[in-house]
Design a protein around this ligand. Sequence first.
Ligand code: SAH
Ligand code: SF4
Length: 355
Amino acid sequence: MIDGIFSGNLDFEKIRYLLLLEDEKQIKQLLDKARTTRDNTIGNKVYLRGLIEYSNRCAKNCFYCGIRAGNSHAVRYEISDEEVLEAAKFAHEHRYGSIVIQSGERSDKEFTSHISSLIKQIHHATGNDLRITLSCGEQKEEVYREWYRLGVQRYLLRIEEANPDLYAKLHPSDHSFENRLKSLKTLMDIGFQTGTGVMIGLPFQTIDDLANDLLFIRDSGVVMVGMGPYIEHTETPLYEHKDKLLPETKRVELSLKMIAILRLMRPSINIASTTAMQTLDPMGREKGLRAGANVIMPNITPVAFKKEYDLYEGKPCLDDQPDECGMCIEHRIKMAGCEVAYGEWGDSKFYSKKS
Ligand code: SAH
Ligand code: SF4
């Protein structure tokens, strides 16, 4: 039994030990402990964030990502304002409480002003009753400030991997780890409820890296986390290292351990059970909830665009309409022994405590 390990703080050695667990009973013990910790701290409610994959145009070239600028096979799109508003209204009417607008990264004025205009239109259309999260990558401080001023409460910017050497291996040389870190800090200084996260099971990534990722997340002060397995994409430079990958089941298992350990370290933050989990395992998102996650992001992108937002291959439910996703998710959340928090913004209790 591994009970002893849970007493006192989880330090690097303990985290490493937990990540390396092989015995199924012990792994279950870890995941159960995380779930009870969540239930006893913030309860079993799951918050919904309607995900709008706004555009797959991206100026960057991360080696792992299917919509990188260098992928000439990607069919590029941008959702019209009307369609974004329709998706936002859908989320509002179905009492999702919040939406996430995610996009490839562009820092040109046309893009950043367009996002500003969308924020205003969404607030207007939903009576300021919907929390908006943006996930549009690294931007200048003034742009972040403008979006905050317009009423964006949350921002998601994954650090991707907290080891600068690994970061350098997975990005071209003009992508800067320091800038990503600085952007995260700026977002927090401005006052956003800030989220970060990492990919799990990347080529070259070690268990020590993952243990340090968790310590980084714990100490960064973020209040939301989205972590999930890395999934290969043929049209990316990283694809050539696919022989270095763990089998899919192991990547899911490792992701569940990561979620569980983070829940033990930060009982009151919001942790998402990501689509990437479901991509590698049909029950992946439910398993994430059972391991202590408390956020799900139903995809409300218009069906016509879903398949073009292919960060990785095998994305599930490409033909499902938003209302089908909604019903399916409610069912899945219940199966995981949780309750859907309809009509709640779902700010992290950790954020409320900090403020
Ligand atoms: N462009 C923005 C937001 C969109 S990408 C940004 O990069 O921050 C959103 C997330 O998708 C990234 O942070 C990354 O963690 C994840 N992602 C990209 N490619 C992936 C892959 N091949 N497997 C798993 N996750 C991936
Ligand atoms: Fe662009 Fe984000 Fe993909 Fe990097 S991860 S290529 S920034 S969409």
